[in-house]
Structures are given as structure tokens and as C-alpha cells.
Design a protein around this ligand. Structure first.
Ligand code: NAD
Length: 467
């Protein structure tokens, strides 16, 4: 498989792709190795993850460079991702022992009876991942899954393969057995081959279109399935804000990572009283973004990672223009080799346009005027997705009223494009099923086992009934 640099189309590396046979063999190795891994005291597994954290710190410069070369992420943002990843590992190291501990949920001294819940690992899981934040979206799964005692078949995106292989090498150096975490290399066909195996859980991050196929395949096998999918995340700017500060924060939320975050701001609604001022301030911010070589420390916008996405962006731009939107910045590909697209801003957009309905996943945004909060809420909810949504206002009551009516997994007040390891990450509708992060995102890699414990033998049959 050829790995190309999205900034230049230069060949970076060639790696050997898996085939259906090698995927089956990897599954068999993982299945055989998992019980011994799960039988270790949790402290040993935590030690391995702690050592992995130290490896990331040591290797940071090399890892950041590889990430930038293969996905085109501006180098400072690659380092930010690695630093953020350390914070997530810290959260898992601190929380997992508490969350995974066996709990006594009931004790009846008279009957000498206890009821307890333990957390058993699922077994062998498939972790099929996306490329846009490979450390974050991969690590949200494989770190807690490994700590909980699972074996992981990790399929990095074909656009982040080198990063996936680095992750595997560092885990092995840290004490994770080579049969407990196994990278599976390849594209859609290899992902599909993984789903034909009798894995105990499927944890997928990617687009809705692929997620729907993955969910159907996992459902047939009765494997636990979790789908973290796309978004069309809205922000509403009320009439009481500091316009310049709001424009600056929201432009960053829309264009950071070249607009390729699942929680990127994808639609902006602005109260009519401040619409013109906001649009001017927003466009000024966007025109200030430095587009260029992602290895250059000063670049803020890099290439689009996947070449086919350029066609999606071009189609959205053409559709918006045809339907009467006003183009205020950018609007097309940049000349030269590589997947370059100008940071693009449209005003006077509406929901007839694909730009306001379909995930763009690139440096393109539309800003729509609204007359009041009710219209803003209706428009924010006019989507099949529901990953994040935000509001900018000085008034907390107003923020709570608006955000309380918005259908999404996360809500933001005066911020956007943000993920915290301490909070559950989940979606509504086409944004997916299940939870990563938070303590719920640790438990999800286990199945509860219910313990009915008669501390002395000899409970009469009556006590054994289900009450
Ligand atoms: P994608 O759906 O194209 O691919 C995701 C993964 O699925 C890749 O590893 C791919 O090889 C694999 N795959 C493709 N077809 C498959 C099949 N038929 N069976 C099994 N596996 C298959 O998505 P992408 O381009 O890698 O990622 C971008 C998408 O991911 C965006 O929609 C983005 O919003 C979403 N995303 C969501 C989150 C979240 O937390 N909700 C995080 C990051 C990205």
C-alpha cells in the first residue's frame, strides 16, 4: 500500500497490506492471548500504559512529524494532539482502577447475602479508526480497552497507517504483548474482513455512510457495536456577545485541523442585530489564517487529507453559489500538487444548500442570519446529525434554555470544537451510538457480571427466587 503526502502527493512509504487470510491469523493470535492478559492484575496493565505514555513523550518530535507527513496536519497541531493524548492517558490511568473495581451494590445481613457487580472484559475487539485525530480517536478505544483486559485488533485508517504502526511499536516496547494489540493494515476491504470474524465488540470511528454498514455487519454477529460518526455541528451567536471575540473563537472552531474534526463548527447562525458586524469580523479572521506547508511552524491551514474530499467541497461551493449564497473568502482549490483548498466563507446561506445540511469535513463554512432564538433552535435541530452544538451569549439562562432544546451529545456555552476526557463523548442520530471518554467510556469495554453471593451456604430455596 502506497502512503502519499497529501501536501505534495510525494510517496512517503510503502507498507504491506493485510489480506483476509492474515486478518484471520491475527484474530486467532489475539483470541489465544486475551485470557492471560485479562488474568494479570490490573496494576500490570496500567504499568504498560504508563510506560507507553513515557514513550510518546520521548518520541514526540518524530511522531508529530510522521503525523504531519501522512495526514497533512500542521505541525503545531500535530504536537497539540500528542500533548492532548497524554492528558487522555492520564485520565484513563487515574479513573480506570476506580471504574473497573468490583462493586457491592447490596448487602442483607439478616440473610447473609451480598450482591456485587464485576466488570469483565469483552474479549477480542475490533477498533476501526479514522485518520483525522488518530491518537485521540484510536486511543479513546484501545487505551481503556487494553486496561480493561481486552485484546485489540486495531485498524488504523489507511490515511494514518504509519501512525498506527508507531503506536503498535511503542505499545510493544512498553510491555503490551504482540498478540494482545495487533495492527491490521489496509482500507475498506480489510475493515470489512475484520467484521467477518467472531470479535466480541466493534468500536468504529468514521463516517455515517461507513458506520451504517459496520453497524449492520456487527449486528448480525450480535457483537457489541459502538459507532462514533460525523456531525454537522452548529453554533448560534446571540445579539449580546463581544462580536470580535466570538468571531475569533468560532473561526478557530471551524478551521482548526483544516476543518477536519468531527466536532468542527460546520454551520453558524447569527442574530440579525449583529449579523453584519459578525460576518466582517469572521471573514477578517479567516483571511488572516496562514495556509501552507504543514511542516512550517507558522502554518495554520494544511492540505485536505483525502483527495476525494476536494470534490465534495467543490460540489458544496458550486451548489451554494447556484442557490444565491454570497462568497466572501476562498471558494476553490489552490494550484500546484497536493490536496489544497482555500479557506472558504459563505454568507446568506440557507438550508436548501448542501453546505448547511451535509458534512463538509474541510475548510468551508456558511453563516446564516436568524431573527430570534426560536428560529436558531429550529435550524440547529434541522439535521440528521447530533454530535455537538453551541451558543455564544453573555446570559447563562438564555444559554441553558437554548442548549436544553438542542439535540446533540455535547453542548458548548461560549466555546466550541472541544473534547474533554472527563466528559462522555456521544452522538445523537446519524452521529452514532455508544460512548467513549468519561467513566462511561471505560465501562463500555466491559460487560457487567452479576454476583449473587450467599455468604453462608444453606439459603433456603425461597431465598433463591428472583426478588
Ligand atoms: P471512513 O468512514 O471513510 O473510514 C473510517 C474507517 O473505516 C477507516 O479505517 C476505513 O478504512 C474503514 N472502512 C471503510 N469502509 C469500511 C467497511 N465497509 N467496513 C469496515 N471498515 C471500513 O471515515 P474517515 O474518512 O476515516 O473519517 C472521517 C469521518 O469520521 C467523518 O465523518 C468524521 O466526522 C468522523 N469522525 C467522527 C468522530 C467522532 O468521535 N464522532 C471522530 C473522528 C472522525
Amino acid at each position: 500500500m502506497k502512503i502519499l503526502n497529501p501536501a505534495t502527493h510525494a510517496l512517503i512509504a510503502e507498507v504491506t497490506e493485510d489480506g483476509a487470510g492474515s486478518v484471520r491469523a491475527k484474530y486467532a493470535r489475539a483470541r489465544a492471548a486475551q485470557p492471560a492478559w485479562a488474568a494479570l492484575p490490573i496494576k500490570k496493565r496500567l504499568d504498560a500504559i504508563r510506560a507507553f505514555r513515557a514513550r510518546i513523550t520521548d518520541m514526540q518530535a518524530t511522531l508529530a512529524r510522521t503525523l504531519t507527513l501522512e495526514v497533512g496536519k500542521p505541525i503545531r497541531q500535530s504536537r497539540n494532539e500528542l500533548n492532548g493524548f497524554l492528558g487522555r492517558i492520564d485520565f484513563f490511568l487515574a479513573e480506570a482502577p476506580r471504574t473497573l473495581r468490583e462493586q457491592k451494590v447490596h448487602a442483607d445481613a439478616k440473610q447473609n447475602l451480598e450482591e456485587r457487580v464485576s466488570h469483565e472484559p469483552l474479549g477480542v475487539i475490533a477498533n476501526i479508526s479514522a485518520w483525522n485525530y488518530p491518537y485521540f480517536v484510536g486511543g479513546n478505544v484501545f487505551i481503556p480497552a487494553l486496561i480493561a483486559g481486552n485484546a485489540v485488533l486495531y485498524k488504523p485508517s489507511e490515511y494514518a497507517t504509519l501512525t498506527g504502526l508507531h503506536i503498535a511499536a511503542m505499545l510493544y516496547e512498553s510491555g503490551v504483548p504482540i498478540d494482545v494489540f495487533i495492527p491490521v493494515v489496509g482500507g475498506p476491504a480489510i475493515g470489512a474482513a475484520l467484521l467477518r470474524l467472531a470479535v466480541d465488540g466493534v468500536f468504529f470511528t468514521g463516517s455515517y455512510a461507513t458506520g451504517a454498514k459496520v453497524g449492520a455487519a456487527a449486528g448480525r454477529r450480535m457483537a457489541k457495536v459502538q459507532l462514533e460518526l460525523g456531525g454537522k455541528d452548529p453554533i448560534y451567536v446571540c445579539d449580546d456577545v463581544d462580536v470580535k471575540a466570538a468571531a475569533s473563537g468560532i473561526a478557530d472552531g471551524a478551521f482548526y485541523n483544516t476543518g477536519q474534526s468531527c466536532c468542527s463548527v460546520e454551520r453558524v447562525y447569527v442574530h440579525q442585530k449583529i449579523y453584519d458586524a459578525f460576518v466582517d469580523a469572521f471573514v477578517a479572521e479567516v483571511k488572516g489564517f496562514k495556509v501552507g506547508d504543514p511542516l512550517d511552524e507558522s502554518s495554520y491551514i494544511g492540505p485536505v487529507t483525502r483527495r476525494p474530499q476536494l470534490d465534495v467541497l467543490r460540489r458544496q461551493v458550486a451548489d451554494a453559489k447556484r442557490k444565491g449564497a454570497t462568497l466572501l473568502a476562498g471558494g476553490g482549490s489552490l494550484k500546484g500538487k497536493g490536496n489544497w483548498f482555500e479557506p472558504t466563507v459563505f454568507a446568506n446561506v440557507d438550508h436548501r444548500m448542501s453546505l448547511m445540511k451535509d458534512e463538509s469535513f474541510g475548510p468551508v463554512i456558511g453563516i446564516q442570519k436568524v431573527t430570534d432564538d426560536a428560529q436558531a433552535i429550529a435550524l440547529m435541530n434541522d439535521t440528521e446529525y447530533g454530535l455537538t452544538a453551541g451558543v455564544y451569549t453573555r446570559d447563562e439562562k438564555r444559554a441553558r434554555r437554548i442548549l436544553g432544546q438542542v439535540h446533540s451529545g455535547s453542548v458548548y456555552w461560549n466555546c466550541c470544537d472541544r473534547v474533554s476526557p472527563r466528559l462522555p463523548w456521544t452522538g445523537v442520530g446519524h452521529s452514532g451510538i455508544g460512548v467513549t471518554l468519561g467513566t462511561q467510556g471505560i465501562e463500555t469495554f466491559t460487560r457487567p457480571k452479576a454476583w449473587h453471593v450467599a455468604l453462608e451456604s444453606g439459603l433456603t430455596p425461597m431465598h433463591c427466587r428472583y426478588h
